[in-house]
Write a protein that binds this ligand. Sequence first.
Ligand code: B12
Length: 511
Amino acid sequence: MEITLITPTPPDISAFGVRIISACLKKAGFSTRMIFLPGGIAHLEHGGGYIYQYSEKIVKQILEISQNSNLVGVSFMTQYFDRAVQVTKAIRKRKIPVIWGGIHPIHCPEEALRYADIVCIGEGEEAMLELAERMEKGLNYYHIKNLWFRKNGDIIRNAKRGLISNLDELPFFDFALENSYIYDLEKDGICEMDINLFKRSLPLLCDINGDLKISYRTMTSRGCPHRCSYCASSVMGILRRRSIDNVIQELVETKNKYPFIELINFFDDTFFGGKDEFFEEFSKKYKKRIGLPFHAQCSPTTITEKKLESLIEAGLVFTEMGIQTGSSRIKRMYRRPTPNKKILGVARLIDKYRHKLLAPDYHIILDNPWERQEDVRATLDVILKLPRPYRLQISSLVLFPGTELHKKAKAEGLIKDEIREIYRKPFLHPQGTFLNYLIYLAGFCYFPRGLLKLLSRKSISRVFNLGNSIKLYHILYWLTERIVLFKKGVISLTHGDLARIRQYFLRQKTI
Ligand code: B12
């Protein structure tokens, strides 16, 4: 029984979904193949005019690699829908059954069965294993929990499985090179993974000196203590953590296998979730057995000074946190009621350790259809009170399927065309409005704050607020980005940091 797992994924090869499924199948004796198609979303346009598609050459290579498969799995997020559909159509023409899984199909199973034969509506480890075992034995498999099937034009909707309670029972993510394939930007083709390609595919993240280090991303938990109304990951339930020893063992094995890894990135939504004691023990063991610098995300209600101190002691050099909005009305809508006073308190706490941490990232969401000008101004106000330095990660609200806000927008008739308005919506580039541009400028944390404050005043912003039609602020944003890029390029050149320049140009070519 040959199983191929394909993932049109962001320009990084974490792809934990397929890696854990592959690890479980391998542990049960099945042979798997993984195909990683790292690609961006930067070309997406407001209005949904840009459609990502792979070249014929890439599709042909995918078909060649997966030709002897008895089953092909495709894993993706909403903004990779078009690429997943393209790959699925090509494979199904070869009469190979396709199963969809991942955060998007979980929320849109009916839609998934318009393209795939089977869809996984939750965690896939146990369901996929049962499917492979029953397929191999030629047994009926249309009753497997967590899987829905398209059969003779009908849909078979099986019940959900309970979430995996003890994550330690799972094998570690499958980061083996054998039988792994990846789209290589340099060769503009899919290549068998080798150690150099693997090294080049891993994220480059900064250590405390700002030097780029080859980094390994992992996740120590599933689920989240928060229930933000714009977030699609609530399907993963409450926070479930792997044990400290289990995480440390994974990192020990990874370091031994890939000694060139110099930094760890814990990609849990809320790494700081849990008791102070847990982090004391984690930090002691991590420092003793791993000792590499690491990055981890925090949230305003989970970070404490004690946790921060222990983790910095263990090697934490960077953290990032969602602020999202400064408006109390929108905070309630996002189910993130943490007051600005508390958020600024946390920012001051992180700033207190600025000599031991890189400048933090703060996440901001713009383009919320229910937002008024004063809400956006409130967001700018809280940003202008943040201790400096910091970086802003600004995103344009995408009403992801399965989220509370998606349901609200649907109910209010705000969504006319899901695919154009959501699947093909640019996450990384907010609309070109005056206030959005001011918030973008506030991301240059040494931009004169008084000027931003003045310009954001109602009486003044009304003059400059030309609405969305005028592309002025898009052009200004584009121009400013070019200036920033040029500055970064000059700094990298003077430091002979060609890796950073190469990484930038490679990214421009993503599929
Ligand atoms: C890790 C992560 C990343 C990583 C890696 C993602 C990857 N898959 O390659 C990186 C950093 C690259 C990333 C980037 C982005 N991310 Co992200 N990310 C996450 C995060 C934190 C964890 C996802 C994860 O790996 N979970 C662990 C694995 C094991 O779970 P899983 O993938 O769901 O897989 C399980 C099941 O889904 C199923 N399954 C999965 N695949 C398959 C396949 C088959 C065949 C089967 C049967 C089952 C199956 O079984 C698996 C095991 O149980 C989630 C939030 C969350 N907690 O879920 C956001 C999340 C997935 N990201 C999100 C987004 C939007 C993005 C971005 C597009 C935008 C951004 N945030 O910057 C970018 C990419 C932009 C770009 N091109 O640059 C959204 C996706 C929403 C949506 N509906 O698409 C999420 C849900 C966050 C949110 N707040 O809503 N992300």
